[in-house]
Write a protein that binds this ligand. Structure first.
Ligand code: MCN
Ligand code: CUN
Length: 817
């Protein structure tokens, strides 16, 4: 791609500008530093089938756990008879809610200050809820024994959407909670109500939009699972588990199970994808831990695909409506938004404690809008707990989808060109730092430039002409644009915490005698390539070749404390810590260099991988020389060794920007739509590894396409989950997935030590609106304003032929209830 050559401009090499003749500075790209499209080192084991996932771990004497789940969405438990299960040979333990309750473990706290049933005691509140579990010699015996458990249920009326939840006389789902009189979890607001009111009073035109972002599921290839191993003789509990945030789990186990924290070791080995699904604490983890403590044997629980799809953290499931106050010349004066979110039976959203609806109020951050106001209501329903982030920095996906759909609707109402309307309202390059209408502080970006690169790449003007010509021949072409900046990398600790634990992260670097090194961070890769990219930051800062740095994450006994990997926070926070710890190590190495070169520290200069005497550039020592000296020849009074740890509390979130443009053709005979082209322009600041970044963008765009075209989980009126397997819950394969054309703009993050911003979620966040806007653009003449995702052909066909909007979660629509 020609990148390898020109990417060298990122490093210190070019900044110092010293010639290669007088110094021996290393070529940063050759050592796999910043900007190198280094091949992912972890793939060496993955493509050979040598990954080490939880299910690959086999411990001596290990038992197996299976979970019995409720077939009903809402029912009182009359009785549970486990006698037949106990009688099956090989069964070691049968746990019910009643038994959990005797140990005060029938309920557990959630990440949003609610409670969640571990095993149901009084009622089941969603289909698939955990009712009992069996631990046996093998998983087949455990499964058979689950089927032998007889549960008598008394069915209760079921609630599957916010309208039903809020209706007069609706059955109370959370009758376990003392002060809960209805199904409302929260009413929350943010922004400037009065200012927004004034903006609307001045508007020439008010544009409105209502839409539903359907329930979806992160659905990683590897389901959730754990192996709990309690050793009575040492009192140590080791849990191998699928978690994106091992240290938070350790804290939760220490606080909930009241075990001493130093006796708990959480190990998150290779993960087969996380996508947000592996942030929450699930009942299965808790049960396997209790079972191991009771049986004093390792207990393995591996969820099956249906279990994963029907019971673990869902995403989205939110109704959004809003209005935009507009001036005739296209200026946006203000925005009002309201959300009704469906959280299922327990409020278990993984999000910073301060915010009830995540970072929904990051909507409209790339536009210069004087005032905005958001009200949000969350409700309980008889569905699995939802609101987990699925590749979105805490509801940012919903926020940006609404934003970009609203922007398109407003431009259409004004009769303005889509691109021009965006450009007129973008925050300008010279207007940073910028306070967003909801109070965030954005700090950098070149929004107009990104849009221009995108329009140029897609051939905007030409396409508009082509579209007109096609129309004459009865063909429906459309173009959709989505531009957005999103907040990635919580925290800073002033504003972001989870259950009171401040959001920061960490890195620990140990350079061995021969100049090889091990790096550990508080993050946890799930497929993002940290083993590859963190080593590149060390290479950039220290000149140690990336291949000489091994990266390890996920073991709480060895890794420094960190908040884990989600919200694309690893590069912004843990990645920054990697740079900072490398600099600490370099500072000590400089002292060692001065000692070796017999000059004072002030006379020492640094170039990649080498210290030299300012007045005699040929006289130098490498970083490896310094490492050796740290163990063999340190100056008097210096502590031996070359290692350090850094905790990093970022001053702000990072704000990457993206412009996604899709062109489509809709078949008027069938409603089927094909993607013609997709152009993506991403600005995530300095790219550590351009190839890894492109992989993140392509994966994200594929998820965006999935959401827009085929993917959703819905429920019938009885609360039966439709989407419990890959026949119903569709994942796009290589066959359906369109090709992507990627472009980049680089606006370094002003506060990040290497200028990087997060990228992991951008395309999933910004992508869906590009596809949906394109389809709606293609059928604009029908007067249709909205079709809710997924844009299945029958929904597009209905909209096109009946000339009306198609809303709600298929197949059960809101107004059918
Ligand atoms: N990177 C880079 N240059 C940048 C930014 C990032 O080279 N300027 C690299 C990083 O070094 C890292 C990768 O890109 O290797 C993603 O970095 P970042 O944006 O910091 O995101 P995280 O590592 O924190 O990953 C989390 C993000 C989230 S929240 C979800 S959800 C998601 C995603 O990553 N889940 C994934 N991408 C995924 N990709 C895979 N394969 N599997 C998942 O489960
Ligand atoms: Cu938002 S899903 Mo990711 O933050 O693990």
């Amino acid at each position: 791609m020609g990148r390898e050559e020109d990417a060298g401009t990122v490093g210190e090499l070019s900044q110092t500008g010293v010639s290669k003749v007088t110094t021996q500075a290393r070529d940063e790209i050759k050592i796999g530093g910043l900007g190198a499209s280094r091949k992912r080192v972890e793939d060496n084991r993955f493509i050979r089938g040598k990954g080490n996932y939880v299910d690959d771990i086999v411990l001596p004497g290990m038992l197996h756990m299976e979970i019995l789940r409720s077939p009903l969405a809402h029912a009182r438990i009359v009785s549970i008879d486990t006698s037949k299960a106990w009688a099956i040979p090989g069964v070691r333990l049968v746990l019910t809610g009643e038994m959990m309750a005797t140990r005060n473990l029938a309920w557990m706290p959630t990440l949003s200050y609610d409670t969640q049933a571990v095993l149901a005691t009084d009622k089941v509140r969603f289909q698939g809820q955990e009712v009992a579990c069996v631990i046996a010699d093998d998983p087949y015996i455990a499964k058979d024994a689950c089927e032998a458990i007889v549960v008598e249920y008394e069915a209760l009326p079921v609630i599957v959407n916010p309208t039903q939840a809020m209706a007069e006389g609706a059955p109370l789902i959370r009758d376990d909670k003392e002060n809960q009189q209805d199904n409302v979890i929260f009413d929350w607001e943010v922004g400037d109500r009065d200012g927004t009111e004034r903006a609307f009073a001045q508007a020439d035109l008010v544009s409105t939009l209502e839409l539903h972002y359907p329930r979806s599921h992160p659905s990683p290839m590897e389901c959730c699972g754990s192996i709990a191993d309690f050793n009575r003789s040492t009192s140590k509990l080791t849990v191998y588990m699928t978690t994106q945030a091992p240290h938070i789990i350790r804290a939760a186990v220490a606080l909930v199970a009241e075990l001493p924290e130093h006796m708990i070791r959480i190990v998150s080995p290779d993960l087969g994808g996380g996508f947000g699904n592996k942030v929450p604490v699930y009942p299965g983890y808790v049960m396997s831990i209790l079972a191991s403590i009771l049986l004093e044997r390792p207990v393995k629980w591996i969820e099956d695909k249906t279990g994963n799809l029907i019971s673990t953290g869902f995403a989205r499931d939110i109704y959004l409506r809003g209005e935009m106050a507009l001036r005739k010349d296209g200026k946006i004066l203000g925005v009002r938004m309201h959300t009704d979110s469906d959280h299922g039976a327990f409020f278990s959203d993984a999000q910073p404690s301060k915010f009830k609806i995540g970072l929904m109020h990051s909507a409209f951050s790339c536009y210069d809008i004087p005032s905005a106001h958001l009200t949000a209501r969350g409700v309980y329903t008889n569905k699995a707990p939802g609101g987990v982030a699925y590749r979105c920095s805490f509801r940012v996906t919903e926020a940006m989808f609404f934003q970009e759909r609203m922007v398109q609707a407003a431009a259409d109402d004004l009769g303005l060109d889509q691109a021009e309307f965006r450009r007129r309202n973008f925050v300008r390059d010279d207007d940073f730092p910028h306070r967003t209408p909801f109070g965030f502080l954005t700090d950098s970006g070149q929004y107009g430039k990104c849009l221009d690169v995108g329009l140029q790449a897609i051939g905007y003007e030409d396409f508009l002409k082509q579209k007109e010509e096609a129309k004459q021949r009865g063909r429906l072409l459309g173009i959709g644009i989505s531009t957005m900046t999103e907040p990635l990398g919580a925290g800073n600790s002033r504003e972001y915490d989870i259950l009171g634990i401040k959001m920061f992260d960490s890195a620990e670097l140990r350079v061995h005698m021969t100049g090889k090194a091990i790096l550990r961070t508080g993050a946890k890769t799930q497929g993002q390539g940290h083993e590859t990219t963190w080593a590149q930051i060390v290479a950039h800062e220290l000149g140690i070749p990336a291949e000489d740095v091994v990266v390890e994450e996920g073991d709480t006994d060895t890794a420094p404390f960190g908040m884990g990997t989600y919200a694309s926070r690893s590069t912004p926070v843990a990645g920054a810590a990697v740079a900072m710890v490398s600099r600490k190590v370099r500072a000590k190495a400089r002292k060692l260099a001065a000692h070796l070169l017999e000059v004072s520290e002030e006379d020492i200069e640094w170039e990649l991988g080498r210290f030299y005497v300012r007045s005699a550039p040929d006289n130098g020592v490498t970083i490896q020389d310094c490492a050796f000296a740290a163990y063999s020849n340190m100056p008097d009074g210096m502590e031996p060794g070359l290692e350090n740890v850094a905790y990093y509390d970022p001053p702000n979130l990072t704000w990457p920007f993206a412009c996604y443009i899709a062109t489509v053709e809709v078949d008027p005979q069938t409603g089927v739509w094909d993607v013609l082209r997709v152009v993506a322009v991403d600005d995530c600041g300095v790219r550590i590894n351009p190839m890894v970044v492109e992989g993140q963008i392509m994966g994200g765009l594929t998820e965006a396409y999935a959401m827009a075209s085929m993917q959703f989980i819905t429920f019938d009126a009885q609360g039966n989950c439709i989407g419990s397997n890959y026949m119903d819950y569709l994942l796009p394969t290589a066959w359906e997935t369109p090709g992507y054309e990627l472009h980049e703009v680089v606006t370094p993050c002003p506060h990040h030590p290497i200028g990087a911003k997060g990228i992991g979620e951008c395309a999933t966040v910004g992508g869906p609106a590009a596809f949906v806007n394109a389809v709606l653009d293609a059928i604009k003449d029908s007067g249709v304003r909205n079709i809710d995702m997924p844009l299945l052909p029958d929904r597009v066909y209905e909209a096109l032929t009946q000339r009306h909007d198609v809303s709600g979660a298929p197949p059960v629509k809101m107004d059918d209830q």
